[in-house]
Design a protein around this ligand. Structure first.
Ligand code: SF4
Length: 380
């Protein structure tokens, strides 16, 4: 949980948004739409006194339903959508004759994006323009999903459950460009806050049954779930980039070299006869070293994933804290385990994502996709 110290909202005066969530639940005209981030499922039960094996995401879904939230969805859906957009953007840049703006940097971690903007403002154009999964989810919920429900988007109240305090800031600065219904995400609760709400509601945890996510935005792949661990975004992107270039799937574990513990890792892969050089860093100390090395010309990469918290979101600043214990790795193992047993391990095979393109967005990087799912990084 080292990210706390970098968090723009600050752990020392950590915002408590639990009351706002209860308020939203009390407003009967509001439709509360919840998304659960990948890393939350590996940690939500930790300070509720239930085992990791018992505290599955399906039991969290059940707890949230008992609390009265209307629709419970999975940020993994939007993580897969992010891969479609960001992977396509990367291939588009790679294929340019000039102004490739490489390496391309991931843009899903607001702690990192802010760090980049303040410390390396001259390199901001190298950030992917893709919004984070949290923000993409919010935008889709208030457009595509509002259409499916046939309701006015202003009735939708998006709540996300995140391992992260910086996501509160991200939600506040990122405004839905298109539908004119305020922020993509209305309220962000951390894993700690949702645990507190569950406790306040006196939900009998031992009696919780496993329940499924709502559909269609509850569908996620193994590639989506590993977003919660350092290296996961890169691995998910490479799986789909390979497919987009080669027209067939790689072995889902073909890129597992990017997993690991070191704060700065690199790997290279062959893609259609050319060499792709990638790097993954987590923690802002490692990030600074990596950035300086890129600047000096010592390191050369095509694609770089950066997460501000050591170990990625699994070790995020909004996760439960146990004194003196670093749980990021243990939680990451849960996520890789979930990837392994998922029938779908490629973002481009997420049926709900495919349907959303077919019925609404058309294709990655389409006009509509740009409007809803991308941002000019200079705007915030
Ligand atoms: Fe938030 Fe994850 Fe970034 Fe930490 S690594 S600041 S938890 S998005």
């Amino acid at each position: 949980g080292q990210c706390i110290t970098h968090c723009p909202v600050g752990a020392l005066r950590e915002r408590n948004d639990v009351d706002k969530a209860f308020d939203a639940l009390a407003q009967k005209d509001k439709i509360t739409v919840v998304q659960i981030a990948p890393a939350v499922r590996a940690a939500w039960g930790e300070n509720l006194g239930i085992d990791r094996e018992f505290a599955t995401v399906k039991r969290l879904v059940s707890a949230l339903r008992q609390m009265g939230f209307d629709f419970i969805f999975d940020t993994n859906f939007a993580a897969d959508l992010t891969i479609m957009e960001e992977g396509s953007e990367f291939l588009e840049r790679l294929g340019r004759a000039e102004d490739k703006n490489l390496p391309m940097f991931t843009s899903c971690c607001p702690g990192w994006v802010r760090f980049m903007k303040s410390q390396y403002p001259d390199m901001v154009d190298q950030l992917s323009t893709a919004k984070s999964p949290q923000q993409m989810f919010g935008a889709i919920s208030k457009t595509y999903y509002a259409d499916l429900l046939d309701v006015d988007p202003s009735r939708i109240f998006n709540i996300s459950i995140m391992p992260c305090t910086a996501k509160k800031y991200e939600a506040g600065v990122s405004v839905l460009s298109d539908a004119g219904v305020g922020q993509d995400v209305d309220l962000v609760l951390t894993t700690r806050e949702i645990s507190r709400m569950i406790r306040a509601e006196h939900i009998n945890l031992e009696l919780l049954e496993e329940e499924e996510f709502d559909m269609p935005l509850g569908a996620g792949t193994g590639a989506g779930v590993i977003f919660g661990a350092t290296g996961g975004v890169m691995e998910a992107a490479l799986r789909s980039a390979y497919y987009l270039v080669m027209g067939e799937n790689p072995d889902p574990d073909a890129f597992k070299e990017v997993r690991g513990r070191e704060g700065w890792r690199e790997a290279s892969f062959d893609l259609a006869g050319s060499k792709l050089r990638v790097a993954v860093a987590s923690g802002l100390g490692n990030t600074r070293k990596l950035m300086e090395s890129i600047r000096s010309g010592e390191s050369n990469y095509d694609f770089v994933e950066i997460m501000a918290c050591p170990g990625g979101c699994a070790g995020g600043g909004g996760q439960p804290i146990e004194d003196g214990k670093e749980l990021a790795e243990e939680r990451a193992e849960v996520l890789y385990g979930l990837d392994k047993v998922n029938n779908l391990r490629f973002s481009h095979e997420n049926p709900s994502v495919l349907k959303c393109y077919e019925d609404y967005l058309e294709k990655p990087l389409s006009h509509k996709s740009h409007k809803l799912l991308h941002t000019t990084q200079r705007d915030w």
